[in-house]
Design a protein around this ligand. Structure first.
Ligand code: ATP
Ligand code: MG
Length: 534
């Protein structure tokens, strides 16, 4: 008799609940958003009087949705590790090194967790809410959150110890499972879109390390120590009242390892990389949004800063033309000849300076900002002053030490009889590590170390011959000019030319060039050439 009554009760409850849900669905569908919110609010209040359970929500985005909540991310990680066995619907994503799958609770899934004899329930959920922007195509945005429920008698224990335990474990799991990412801002994203972020990313898998970089050992050591010290200096930066970030300027000719060094830095410190394409940034506001969305433990990279925007001498040029007010704006988003249009960036130098060390740049902490350039002298001094770009690293042509690292990488060679020849040639010829690396690369399965080294020697000798030819080419017109000047000086001696001091200097200079029979290639000689051409 009893079981029948229970059954009836469950059936009645079930159908009442179903009717309620049905009516609720109709209310939600036909009532304006505000009305349904009103109902929801008061239902919660009434329930609160009778309901013995406490609920805590962890929303993915708080406030104005600028940044993903760390608490949400920690809960997500904690639940993925602790409850994936009990949840019935899971989401799967590739974990670290793409070698294992990480499972997280799917939406509206509910799981139970136990902590020191207390039972709690977690539900993953989402609500749709209208976007704020009137321009947005998407009228509604997903707001995801986790809800924790527990009996009110455990209030102190849960809000104290349990939540601390969840946050601590969640953060550790996140660090362990962290798949490092390479982010980019491209013209492809929509803001605000359902993705809620301005960056797109792929998994960062660059194999470069400082071990494989062709660099003098002392410089390598110095850079590594600088980076490691930075990553451990949280307290130091707090004590001196400075934001925990550091700027690096990498400069040098193409193919000398600037981009490779960024990858090596990221691998050394296990940081994410944000590769910022400045020309795709609409204006300073967008630049700031991008900055806010970067996470800590990351490197923000702006490659080829000299050509991504026209930063060169902008202020000086503009000072001549614009009024003070206009000069303030300091528009740098146009390359010469390119009209500012819908695709043109309106990022200004002051916007970029603020990006690097403005008040907003302090949010997040533990970030490196790296600029690369081939022409350091073209950059505005304000951009690269210490404090913005704290460490300037010049990457130059390959030295013999650099070659030895590459020989070890590519050919597994510590020493070889051909090394002496290479040492002599590499001291005389400017060759980039990229060119050395290319020559050391076996071109067929039959190529052994000797063949690869011979290839390099051949390339070095060719480069030496080309340099010599170029030198001669440069000398011959000077020789002609020298002859001409000699002729003039003869005239002068004869009292026909009203020579001045400058001319005397040029003549002397050219004489010395002629006597040496070679071009010294120094600044003075260049000046002499220019003067003689005038
Ligand atoms: N110092 C180096 N150590 C090891 N490999 C290097 C080094 N420099 C260059 N290379 C090799 O040359 C290639 C090109 O180097 P990389 O892209 O880092 O040059 P870059 O300085 O960034 O050039 P660019 O100024 O054109 O961007 C790399 O793939 C790498 O294999
Ligand atoms: Mg590069």
């Amino acid at each position: 008799m009893m079981p029948l009554k229970m059954n009836e009760m469950w059936t009645t409850m079930g159908s009442t609940l179903a009717s309620f849900m049905f009516v609720w669905a109709i209310i939600r569908q036909y009532c304006p958003y505000e009305v349904s919110r009103f109902f929801e609010k008061y239902t919660h209040r009434i329930m609160g009087y009778f309901y013995p359970y406490i609920r805590i929500s962890f929303h993915e985005y708080l406030g104005d949705r600028l940044k993903r909540s760390e608490a949400y991310a920690a809960v997500e990680a904690y639940l993925s590790a602790n409850t994936s066995k009990s949840a019935k619907r899971l989401k799967a994503e590739m974990g670290k090194d793409s070698s294992n799958l990480v499972l997280t609770m799917d939406e509206y899934e509910r799981v139970t967790d136990e902590y020191e004899g207390m039972k709690v329930w977690w539900v993953s959920s989402k609500v749709m809410s209208p976007t704020r922007s009137p321009m947005s195509y998407y009228q509604e945005q997903e707001k995801r959150f986790y809800k924790l429920s527990f009996h009110k008698k455990y209030r102190d224990m849960i809000t104290g110890c349990y939540l601390e335990h969840v946050m601590r474990e969640g953060k550790e799991i996140r660090l362990r499972n962290r798949q490092r990412k390479l982010y980019t801002n491209g013209p492809g994203y929509k803001w605000p879109s359902y993705k809620q972020t301005m960056w797109s990313h792929i998994v960062f898998e660059h194999p470069a390390t400082f071990d494989t970089m062709a660099l003098e050992p002392e410089r390598k050591k110095e850079i590594i120590e600088d980076l490691v010290t930075f990553s451990k200096s949280k307290d130091f930066y707090a004590r001196i009242g400075k934001a925990w970030k550091r700027g690096y300027l990498l400069y040098g000719p193409p193919g000398t390892g600037k981009s490779t060094m960024i990858a090596a830095m990221a691998n050394l410190l296990a940081y994410d990389v944000y590769d910022l394409e400045l020309t795709a940034v609409k204006d300073n506001t967008e630049l700031r949004k991008l900055l806010i969305e970067t996470t800590s433990k990351s490197i923000i990279v702006i490659e080829d800063i000299d050509c991504s925007l026209d930063l060169t001498g902008q202020r000086k040029k503009k000072a001549d033309k614009l009024s003070d007010d206009e000069n303030e704006k300091d528009v740098i988003g146009r390359k010469e000849g390119k009209e500012e249009g819908s695709s043109g960036s309106k990022v200004t130098l002051s916007g970029l300076l603020n990006f690097i060390d403005g008040i907003w740049s302090a949010c997040g902490g533990e970030r490196l900002i790296v600029f690369t350039t081939n022409y350091v002298e073209k950059l505005d001094p304000a951009l690269i002053r210490r404090g913005r770009m704290d460490k300037h690293i010049e990457l130059s042509y390959c030295s013999f030490d650099g070659f030895k690292v590459l020989a070890n990488n590519y050919l597994k060679l510590e020493t070889h009889p051909l090394f002496d020849t290479i040492k002599r040639l590499i001291g005389e010829i400017k060759i980039t590590p990229a060119d050395v690396a290319e020559n050391l690369m076996p071109k067929s399965p039959l190529d052994d170390a000797h063949k690869c080294l011979s290839n390099l020697i051949e390339a070095l000798e060719e480069a030496a011959a080309a340099a010599k030819a170029e030198e001669l080419r440069q000398i011959s017109p000077i020789k002609e000019q020298a002859d001409e000047m000699e002729h003039k000086s003869c005239i002068k001696e004869n009292g026909e030319l009203h020579g001045d001091k400058e001319t005397d200097q040029v003549v002397e200079k050219l004489d010395s060039i002629k006597q040496n029979g070679q071009l010294r290639g120094d600044k003075e000689t260049d000046q002499a050439m220019n003067q003689s051409q005038r």
